[in-house]
Design a protein around this ligand. Sequence first.
Ligand SMILES: NC(=O)c1ccc[n+]([C@@H]2O[C@H](COP(=O)([O-])OP(=O)(O)OC[C@H]3O[C@@H](n4cnc5c(N)ncnc54)[C@H](O)[C@@H]3O)[C@@H](O)[C@H]2O)c1
Ligand SMILES: [Fe+2]
Length: 395
Amino acid sequence: MTVTLLAPRLILSGGGSVSKVAEVLAQLGLSRPLVVTDPWMASSGTVERCLEPLRAAGITPGLFHETVPDPTDEVVAAGVRAFRAGDYDCLIGFGGGSPMDTAKAMAILAAAPEGVHIRAFKVPAGANNGAVPVICIPTTAGTGSEATRFTVITDTANDEKMLIAGLGALPLAAIVDHQLTWTVPPRTVADTGVDSLTHALEAFVSRKANPFSDDYARLAMRLIAPNLRRAYADAQNGGGGARDEEAREAMMRGAMLAGLAFSNASVALVHGMSRPIGAHFHVPHGLSNAMLLPAVTRFGLQSALPRYAEAARIMGVAGEGEGDQSAAARLVEELEALNRDLSVPSPASHGIAADRWDGLLETMAAQALASGSPANNPRVPDAGEIVALYREVYA
Ligand SMILES: NC(=O)c1ccc[n+]([C@@H]2O[C@H](COP(=O)([O-])OP(=O)(O)OC[C@H]3O[C@@H](n4cnc5c(N)ncnc54)[C@H](O)[C@@H]3O)[C@@H](O)[C@H]2O)c1
Ligand SMILES: [Fe+2]
């Protein structure tokens, strides 16, 4: 069997590593970056953490700071216009998954002839054209986009969250500095942290898992499981007292490793069902994953019992000698407890009206299936089973 491992060419990790951004560019032979970020990063001055070291090295970076959550085709097109208007040789995605995904989509589109739309690259088409080089610098411990071959862009024509996959979406380099996450609000720490745990678990049980992705998934679960609640508590403390640097560093590295895992094994049913919730109701990505994670895990349990049981042992919620059936049951209990501890609401308590939810069930199930992700699940559902799961998690 041939096994493939895709990963960025260069990964820097550690507190303060963002200060080495100019050295990373130099190593890659690049010197004229356009930095892509969101309005908050620009107005709060956080993006200076990336711009300052560049200027100190004699580089004059451009700045595109108009990215939006659940980035759209329109913003990607505007970004490409900004890229083409300047004399840039690379893109730096600085921020959460939204700015990083925007930068990655811009890189793919900027390398295509003018007039091409980003939807031309959505799965199954692939994005293997020679994209513009991208360096990603995450500021949330979550998506792992800095290490994945995916970008997710909303098509404003029909509100579809398009999955775009291929080497063109894989960053050339990633700088993973947990100190950039100090200012993330507690709710976002929880949501993005569950996103990274979901990546690791879905990669581990995926039908496309391979020995490389398994190793990264195990490492990621080992780091994320004991540190997610700690990181949340640290964010709630809001910087008062000593920082829980250990937990924040573990979460940031865990998120990146989970990215490597699912980039090579793909995600499964949770993500398949989560994207339509994000597209129709604008629920943050990690939060919609969290709403689904316990029920979807329970749904697949018997189809990959040894895998789920091993995940429970790795996460420290089942004993080494405990049988698979009991260990796997503890995993579901832990995911439910995690949601309670992180104050994850149901769709109903999040404010989604029952008639709107019910009215979209069939559409969301069809969109989930069309994304291909449910086919990677240990138990592959049909549309009726997906509708039943959406109903189950609603209240
Ligand atoms: N490409 C991939 O492999 C991949 C994987 C998972 C998710 N995603 C995508 O990523 C997006 C979600 O990314 P996200 O969860 O990181 O959220 P995000 O990038 O949308 O950011 C969420 C919010 O947190 C704020 N924020 C980010 N960093 C901050 C910081 N350090 N301090 C204070 N505020 C900060 C942002 O300004 C924003 O308001 C979705 O579009 C999702 O589809 C992509
Ligand atoms: Fe995700």
